[in-house]
Design a protein around this ligand. Structure first.
Ligand SMILES: *Cc1c(COP(=O)(O)O)cnc(C)c1O
Length: 372
């Protein structure tokens, strides 16, 4: 029996191959590898898709978050509040922009930033920004978080890297804060063929500042008004993203169907806790993460059976060696820490078949019986 991969990028490519090849040929014929017309076209299309006025293509999602904070003139040493259970890049971007990550715990049901925990951390000194992370494909509770930001005078941003196409009460990921960073890393719901990312914003001033920062601090050729970076979206990646964006809504629908099928297949399996969709959210299932006891043993059994299960993420950010100087210890964010030892990501991608999902579910049930 063949293995079931965690994600199957080639199955996605097969659906867009003809368009991508035709688009690549067009770019190769013109030589417009940087700032070609496909970049501006993609930016406009993704802004419309996301329900915002401006999209700025950049080199990757981490740069998107960093440039967004720099463009908004985050003061040196400013605190930016975020959940403890996120990909390291959320915190890394804050430090690289000259700020300091301030962590708060998540709720136990959805593992999203808990507005009450955020509000109590927001009172700390020098907390300037709030950066909810739309984990695994659903939005953090934005109305409550926006209210907390307002009450404490914090600027609201979004890490929308895992959430392309998701909505909450009908409003899209990336359209709630002053700006949002997103990533087109190949495995994301909208994935490029290499690194790529974007900032979304309704603010024309931020749009201009991010474009300038990402292009060597220049808005006019050979005039460099400030020290900048080289962080642009390549034309070839824009070709891929345009072709995939046309299918994203259908692919997200396929992900929801696959998640519903796992829900049904696993409903009666003892010991497994299924992921749930928070009220008001339209989930896009970037990851389908269950919680199980004896996670590492279960993961090893699944991998041995050819199931490409994974863990996102086994060590919460506040306990990563890179952030030791923030002075956190185990026990600081108990919900995120317990989740890190229990979560298990099952294979899910738009083209996954029922047969593959049945195999995953059977292997998981078997692994759980053998460890209990
Ligand atoms: C992928 C991801 C990023 C960073 O994206 P890169 O493009 O890899 O730099 C940031 N935050 C979250 C939550 C992510 O999942």
């Amino acid at each position: 029996m063949s293995n079931v991969p965690l994600v199957d990028l080639l199955a996605g490519h097969a659906e867009v191959a003809a368009e991508v090849e035709e688009g690549f040929a067009r770019v190769l014929a013109t030589g417009a590898f940087i700032k070609g017309p496909d970049v501006g076209a993609f930016e406009q299309e993704f802004a419309v898709f996301s329900g915002v006025a401006h999209c700025i293509g950049v080199a990757n999602g981490t740069d998107a978050l960093e440039l967004m904070l720099r463009a908004d003139e985050m003061p040196a040493g400013a605190g930016v509040l975020m959940p403890a259970n996120t990909f390291v890049a959320s915190a890394e971007a804050v430090v690289r922009a000259g700020g300091r990550p301030v962590f708060a715990d998540v709720d136990d049901e959805y593992l999203l930033l808990d507005p009450a925990a955020a509000a109590s951390a927001a009172g700390g000194s020098d907390v300037w920004g709030l950066l909810p992370v739309h984990l695994n494909g659903q939005l953090a509770p934005m109305a409550a978080l926006a209210a907390a930001a307002e009450e404490h005078g914090l600027r609201l941003f979004e890490d929308a890297a895992q959430c392309q196409g998701a909505t909450q009460v009908g409003r899209g990921a990336g359209s709630w804060g002053r700006a949002a960073g997103t990533s087109f890393y190949p495995g994301k719901n909208l994935g490029a063929y290499g690194d790529a990312g974007a900032v979304l914003t309704d603010d024309a001033g931020l749009d201009a500042a991010i474009r300038e920062l990402g292009d060597h601090g220049s808005s006019r050729k050979y005039v460099h008004d400030r020290l900048g970076f080289n962080s642009r979206l390549d034309t070839l990646q824009a070709v891929v993203l345009r072709a995939k964006l046309r299918r994203l809504a259908d692919w997200n629908t396929a992900r929801r169907a696959a998640a519903a099928r796992y829900d049904a297949l696993l409903a009666d399996v003892d010991g497994v806790r299924l992921p749930r969709t928070a009220p008001g959210n339209e989930h896009v299932w970037h990851l389908y993460a269950v919680r199980v006891p004896m996670r590492d043993a279960v993961l090893a059994e699944l991998n041995a059976a050819g199931i490409g299960a994974g863990v996102h993420y086994p060590v919460p950010v506040h306990l990563q060696p890179a952030f030791l100087e923030l002075g956190h210890a185990p026990g600081d964010f108990p919900v995120a820490e317990r989740a890190a030892s229990e979560i298990l990501t099952l294979p899910l991608f738009p083209q996954i078949t029922e047969e593959q999902q049945v195999r995953v579910a059977e292997a998981l049930a078997k692994a759980l019986r053998s460890v209990s």
